[in-house]
Design a protein around this ligand. Structure first.
Ligand SMILES: Cc1cc2nc3c(=O)[nH]c(=O)nc-3n(C[C@H](O)[C@H](O)[C@H](O)COP(=O)(O)OP(=O)(O)OC[C@H]3O[C@@H](n4cnc5c(N)ncnc54)[C@H](O)[C@@H]3O)c2cc1C
Length: 474
């Protein structure tokens, strides 16, 4: 009976009609008993029938889809957001291969504070993320601050925030700057999906010319995607320009939580951990489907939600899906005595090197909160990371900005080989559905994270997959 109820194929709409009709007949017979003395008015009978027709479908999801045992692979944001939605009605186990939750959003604990392993901020348009902060009662921690940007070229730091700074920037002509400004304005009205089949270089050259592409965009694309930069779609680029243009006259408006995003992870984990089983240090190494449902690491589940890249899922026994191209991120975090980027939060490096950006966290969040400056050296890679990458980054940073070794208090090097999809042309066709091939998907590869992954995108992906599970069953 359980299987028949849970399988939508065996749950024709008619079965609700049958229940409704049985109730209707029952009600009529009750009414008949009462009506020996006084027959019921036709309007009353119709009213009973209409009420039944309205209210019974309200219970449809519960009748259709009773409590299931759900396995979530991955304890990052997508997995946790899905668990939050599923836990009310289902029994949920989260398998996480690492010793902590949070995936790409996890933090280092340094003396008295938490700092993200990878630089993070949120955006004013992150509606679901901001709603989740309020659901978790941490909205009072949210602050909006100015995130300044700049370009490092020809051994010089060029701030690019105020109109005057942009006018003064010597590596673009006034015409180039005007075309760039128009492109930024247009980006908000352009549907990124319509540019999925055009490469970013092609599009940029046609919109702002080759010179602007070579001197401004190409270094950014190369530092972000390396040899894959030529294949990245214009959808990614235009989406990125649109999201990064929430700026006033002196910089971009970015959000952060007092105490770091660890506050968010802690609150989310506490809420989820209350009702779900969280299995840390427990990578899924084997899964298979049989007539009873799924077996994951030897345990039986009615439904499985995967938040790991499709190719990882295939390697552990999941179905074969088109592989989503991914890249790795390597990030060296330094605790410093001083700051070296002239107050700029996000400094892009024009010349190729061992890192593509210097992100001075304490030029975004007040240094007093930490008692020292915190700097990230950010780098992306495909394939394998060069040996000694962290060491090379530190050496190059100290040489470029003339920093004595004694200025560095501590360093932590974080490498994530699957840090995000590469949004190449045609990427949209590779996106797995929330429900596909007998299981459920949510993660950085999901539609909600197109054409750029984000915390918001992973929260939404988790919610959508949870809805699909609750509606679709096994
Ligand atoms: C360098 C960097 C900077 C970023 N900056 C921002 C930012 O400023 N703003 C923003 O909004 N977003 C940012 N993001 C994106 C954001 O962090 C991600 O979109 C989001 O955290 C992804 O969550 P997820 O759950 O989809 O994936 P993940 O975080 O990758 O979670 C997947 C989880 O699955 C686990 N796992 C993998 N294999 C297995 C297995 N076999 N068994 C069990 N568990 C497994 C992993 O350990 C991981 O915990 C950034 C990401 C990076 C890498």
């Amino acid at each position: 009976m359980k299987n028949i109820l849970m399988d939508p194929k065996h749950q024709p709409a008619d079965s609700f009609g049958i229940i409704r009709n049985v109730l209707f007949i029952k009600l009529l017979s009750e009414v008949q008993k009462l009506s020996y003395t006084k027959p019921p008015p036709t309007a009353f009978i119709c009213g009973v029938y209409v009420c039944g027709a309205f209210f019974i479908p309200l219970f449809k999801p519960i009748l259709q889809n009773p409590t299931m045992k759900v396995c979530i692979i991955g304890g990052g944001l997508a997995g946790l957001a899905a668990a939050l939605r599923l836990k009310e009605r289902h029994e949920v186990d989260i398998f996480e291969k690492k010793g902590h939750l949070g995936g790409c959003l996890a933090s280092h604990h340094v003396d008295t504070y938490w700092i993200e392993q990878f630089y993070h901020h949120c955006f004013s348009g992150d509606r679901h993320l901001l709603d989740l902060f309020s659901q978790l009662h941490i909205s009072d921690r949210l602050e909006w601050r100015k995130g300044t940007t700049g370009y490092y070229a020809n051994n010089t730091i060029y701030p690019l925030n105020t109109p005057l700074e942009i006018l003064r920037y010597p590596l673009l002509s006034p015409i180039d700057k005007l075309r760039l400004a128009l492109l930024t304005m247009r980006s908000k009205r352009t549907d990124p999906a319509s540019l999925d089949d055009i490469t970013a270089p092609e599009y940029i050259i046609s919109e702002v010319g080759k010179r602007t592409y070579e001197s401004f965009f190409q270094p950014l694309l190369t530092s972000k995607f390396g040899p894959m930069s030529e294949k990245v779609s214009a959808a990614w680029l235009i989406g990125r320009i649109a999201i990064r243009s929430d700026r006033g006259l002196s910089g971009e408006r970015l959000g952060y939580l007092k105490g770091g995003f660890q506050v968010f992870l802690d609150a989310l984990a506490a809420e989820v951990g209350h009702d779900c089983t969280i299995r840390l240090h427990d990578p899924v190494i084997h899964m298979a489907k049989n007539t009873e449902g799924w077996r994951v690491n030897g345990q039986r589940y009615d439904a499985v939600l995967s938040t790991v890249p499709p190719q990882v899922l295939t390697s552990i026994g999941g179905p074969v899906l088109p592989p989503v191209p991914y890249q790795g991120a390597a990030c060296l975090t330094l605790g410093m005595e001083e700051e070296y980027t002239k107050g700029i939060y996000w400094l892009n490096m024009k010349d190729p090197g061992s890192f593509g950006a210097v992100i001075s966290h304490t030029n975004f969040i007040p240094v007093e909160r930490y008692g020292e400056h915190i700097v990230y050296l950010a780098s992306y890679f495909t394939g394998t990371l060069p040996a000694q990458a962290g060491h090379l980054m530190r050496e190059e940073f100290c040489t470029t900005f003339s920093i004595p070794a004694s200025q560095v208090h501590w360093e932590r090097f974080t490498v994530e080989p699957l840090a995000g999809p590469i949004f190449t042309t045609g990427y949209r066709n590779l996106i797995p559905h929330y429900r596909e091939k007998g299981l459920y998907f949510a993660g950085m590869f999901s539609a909600s994270n197109y054409p750029e992954r984000s915390m918001e995108g992973s929260v939404v992906a988790g919610y959508r997959a949870a809805e699909a599970i609750s509606e679709g069953g096994t």
